[in-house]
Design a protein around this ligand. Structure first.
Ligand code: URA
Length: 435
């Protein structure tokens, strides 16, 4: 059959019909070759969001995206390469803790990460708040560093999965982010193109996540696993709570400081537990640990012995950063202005709108509305009370940080709107919702 025109391909999905593999490949290759303009891809993605793609269409889309550019060759690094990916949340600094922890246990970590967009933060912005840290290594430097010290985290290079780069930026401004097949295509194509054997996926659920309820998150988790496995990846998926920020710090340098505290066994308990849940699965997939219990005890051992913190120092140094931050976080950027948000009355913290907390940090300079905006590395906030904690009247609920004093008011207003207090005691939230 002759190729259809792009308009015909859009009409197929608009009318709820099923694509052939050739049609899906045609859409992706035309778009990457700039033979299909943004407005047509946006129309097709909206049709895909509204009408859905079945499992086969999702696999074809993912495969075409993964092969839209170079596929990373990690074969010269010994061992099974295992990656992790979070669907995005507020205060999610797990990669900063997990990468050195897992590498200290002997599993190679060769990871490409993204920047923050909207209310969620990005690992690259966090790493770049460490003075001197470089995230743009060449593929050769990247592979050589993982061979030498067992860990490297870099920005996705433009020639790896260019389809996702273009489609993600377009989804972000056309209301087409929360589509299961498009999220699956975006995440799994990056993992296939990144050369991983296996991946641990952290699907966030709740007010700060794309998936606001467990039912939708479960559908996403199942499709991520099925599609990843269809393309030859070993996949483990966890559903974790994003109805409050992970840990206490939200904002780039503040999150690096919290990650360092966690590597010193002095961080927030929920963050540490999440790192153990994800990291033990990474160690099992990589063949380093026999089972999850063995994985957890190896990770705890790496923290207690100082091996994980030492790996962090070597990693930061290898990428041009100042390794002394591991021992002296005051070397990280500091905001010129801080403010305590005081509780007007006593009670228990019953709920956070985590997205709104992320927006409070953004309003003070920690995030970006557009991909080419600058971020203030020192801006953000640190919570002093999590869901279930008792707070007395006049106690500090959070410390706000910004390099621009005039932004603190907007940060405080958003933070107060994000927080609900109760007169009755409230239980702590479970972190791992489903595994
Ligand atoms: N993370 C991604 O990489 N892509 C998505 O579509 C959503 C979360």
């Amino acid at each position: 059959m002759p190729e259809r025109t792009i308009e015909e391909l859009i009409e197929v999905k608009r009318d709820g019909r099923r694509h052939t593999r050739e049609e899906v490949v045609q859409l992706v290759t035309s778009y990457v070759a700039h033979a299909m303009p943004d407005y047509q891809m946006a129309a097709w993605m909206m049709a895909a969001l509204l009408r859905g793609l079945d499992h086969d269409e999702t696999v074809w889309l993912t495969d075409a995206m993964a092969h839209s550019g170079k596929v990373m060759d990690l074969s010269s690094i010994p061992g099974l390469k295992v990656d992790k990916h979070s669907t995005g949340g507020v205060g999610d600094k797990t990669t900063l803790v997990l990468a050195p922890m897992v590498a200290a246990c002997g599993a190679p970590v060769a990871k490409m990460s993204g920047r923050g967009l909207g209310h969620t933060g990005g690992t690259l912005d966090k790493l770049e708040s460490i003075p001197g840290f470089r995230t743009s290594l060449t593929s050769e430097e990247f592979v050589a560093q993982v061979r030498r010290i067992g860990v490297a985290v870099i920005a996705q290079s433009p020639d790896i999965d260019p389809a996702d780069k273009q489609m993600y930026a377009l989804r972000d401004v056309t209301g087409t982010v929360p589509s299961v097949p498009l999220i699956v295509g975006s995440i799994i194509s990056k993992k296939v193109a990144g050369g991983a054997h296996g991946v641990v996926l952290d699907v966030k659920v709740g007010s700060g996540a794309f998936m606001k309820d467990v039912e939708h998150a479960r559908v996403l988790a199942q499709e991520l696993k099925r599609t990843g496995e269809a393309l030859g990846l070993s996949v483990e998926v966890l559903l974790t709570d994003m109805d409050q920020p992970l840990g206490c710090a939200v904002g780039n340098a503040l999150e690096v400081a919290e990650a360092i505290a966690t590597l010193r066994d002095d961080g927030p308990e929920d963050l540490f537990q999440e790192c153990l849940a994800l990291g033990s699965r990474m160690l099992v997939l990589s063949g380093v640990a026999r089972d999850l219990d063995d994985g957890r005890s190896r990770l705890v051992g790496a923290v207690e012995s100082g091996a994980a913190l030492e790996k962090f120092r070597r990693w930061v140094e290898a990428q041009g950063g100042d390794p002394r931050v591991a021992d002296d976080p005051s070397l990280l950027p500091h905001a010129a202005f801080t403010r305590e948000v005081l509780a007007h009355e006593a009670g228990w913290v019953s709920h956070y709108d985590a997205e709104c907390v992320g927006r409070a940090a953004m309003a003070m300079g920690a995030g970006r509305a557009h991909l080419d905006d600058d971020v203030d590395p020192a801006a953000g906030l640190v919570l002093h009370a999590k869901v279930g904690d008792r707070v007395e009247a006049g106690a500090s609920l959070a410390t706000l940080h910004s390099s621009r004093e005039e932004l603190l008011d907007a940060g405080e207003e958003r933070f107060r709107n994000a927080l609900c207090m109760s007169e009755k005691a409230v239980g702590q939230r479970d972190l791992v919702i489903e595994q």
